[in-house]
Design a protein around this ligand. Structure first.
Ligand code: EPS
Length: 399
């Protein structure tokens, strides 16, 4: 991402998380509440552990916004960890091991299969997996959602909206209506698991309870849908400009996400061309799709790495959380001997949260693609550039 840049910092039980996002034009209306609303959405979902009762994520806006509008300068946001007060000695940046009295508490050496613990310890030459897991923790995604919320506000100013829903959890499919609700997030956020299927919710809740009782965990699949995109974001000309590849990188960087598909995805590979490709027909009065329409949207809104203007549809698959209360076999990294993995406090599932994180990463990639195509140092300039382009595109077929 070179037009919108963002980075995050912070450990799970450190004092705070930080997000910095840069590259937005000036004049975008932005309040802390816009970000806090997204942070609250990420904290929900049946199957989360006790940590989510401790935290109430909210940002302190440190820079880049004045009088409710962006300045075009880097936007820095701080999110304090409420749990820090319980971890301040363990995570103290200045207290050396030799001065830590009876020894550093909460060391983790019985490395968890599936977590970054062991590979991270070997790579970074650490004796305590806490030095790895504190940053590998999905707590970091709070800061991503903060940055994504800012990107989302920019996109909303241009008529582009992003929503998601959970379509699978722990072996149970949730049905999707043929036509998704106009306000997808209002519908999904009303469900304890962010599905659009109340019957599936009940089955998923029972499954989560069952897994919790047996000390196990669940994964699942979320679908992200973006509406209002103009045709022409991304490019076919070089591998690193293709929007599908840029989205895949962002989505697969989410902790525990192991798969991603666009449109018909893996299913398309099993079908013939006539069953997969979306036929095109004239559609006067639809400038965002170039005054044409696809009869179907199996391409998920992308052809040749470029948006078609049809809804962008992608799915992210999350593996079950790797901290199990009934531990798997492993080694103790202190001795190399066989052991059972450490059972840290954790969640049974975080698929509903992952859906919100996938929306956020999608927003960041799309905001980058928007700034790449249309540019502008102010929101007004960006809008003029978009409007000028849309009127040229719409004029092409004379309607
Ligand atoms: C996580 C373990 C749990 C989760 C955490 C991710 O935290 P703790 O170790 O404090 O019990 O709650 O997720 C969050 C804190 C969050 O904000 O999403 C892990 O090991 O990845």
């Amino acid at each position: 991402m070179s037009h919108i840049r963002f980075s995050t910092a912070g450990e799970s039980h450190g004092p705070a998380l930080v997000a910095i996002i840069e590259g937005l034009p000036a004049g975008v209306p932005l309040l802390a509440a816009d970000v806090d609303g997204e942070l609250a959405r990420r904290q929900k979902g049946y199957g989360r552990g006790r940590r989510m009762q401790i935290e109430q994520d909210a940002i302190e806006l440190l820079s880049g916004v004045r009088a409710g509008e962006t300045l075009g300068s880097p936007i820095a946001m701080l999110i304090r960890n409420r749990d820090w007060k319980n971890w301040s000695e363990i995570m103290d940046p200045g207290l050396r091991d030799e001065d830590a009295g009876a020894g550093r508490k909460r060391q983790l050496t019985r490395v968890r299969p599936g977590h970054a613990d062991l590979s991270g310890m070997l790579k970074y030459d650490r004796r305590d997996a806490r030095d790895i897991l504190e940053r590998a923790s999905a707590r970091e995604t709070t800061a991503r959602v903060a940055a994504g919320a800012v990107a989302r506000v920019l996109l909303a100013q241009l008529g582009i909206t992003i929503g998601s829903h959970v379509v699978h959890l722990g072996g149970i499919d949730a049905a999707s209506p043929t036509t998704l609700p106009d306000d997808l997030n209002a519908a999904a956020d009303a469900s304890p698991l962010r599905t659009l299927d109340a019957a599936a919710d009940q089955l998923m809740i029972a499954r989560i309870d069952e897994l919790k009782a047996s000390g196990d965990t669940a994964g699942g699949i979320a679908e992200v849908v973006v509406r209002g995109l103009p045709v022409g974001l991304g490019s076919h000309v070089s591998w690193d400009r293709k929007l599908d590849g840029r989205l895949a990188r962002a989505i697969l960087s989410i902790p525990a996400v192991k798969g991603m598909e666009i449109g018909a995805g893996f299913d398309a590979a099993r079908k013939s061309g006539s069953e997969v490709h979306d036929e095109i027909e004239p559609a006067p009065g639809t400038p965002r799709t170039g005054n044409v329409r696809r009869r179907t949207n199996r391409a998920g809104g992308l052809e040749g790495g470029i948006t078609t203007g049809e809804p962008l549809v992608l799915r992210a698959a999350m593996k079950p959380i790797s901290t199990l209360m009934t531990p798997l076999a492993t080694i103790d990294a202190a001795t190399g001997a066989a052991a059972l993995a450490a059972a840290e406090r954790s969640d049974v599932t975080a698929v509903p949260a992952m859906a919100v994180i996938a929306e956020s990463m999608t927003a960041l990639v799309l905001a980058d693609a928007v700034m790449e195509k249309f540019g502008g140092d102010s929101l007004g300039e960006l809008r003029r550039n978009l409007d000028g382009y849309l009127s040229d595109v719409a004029a092409r077929f004379g309607r």
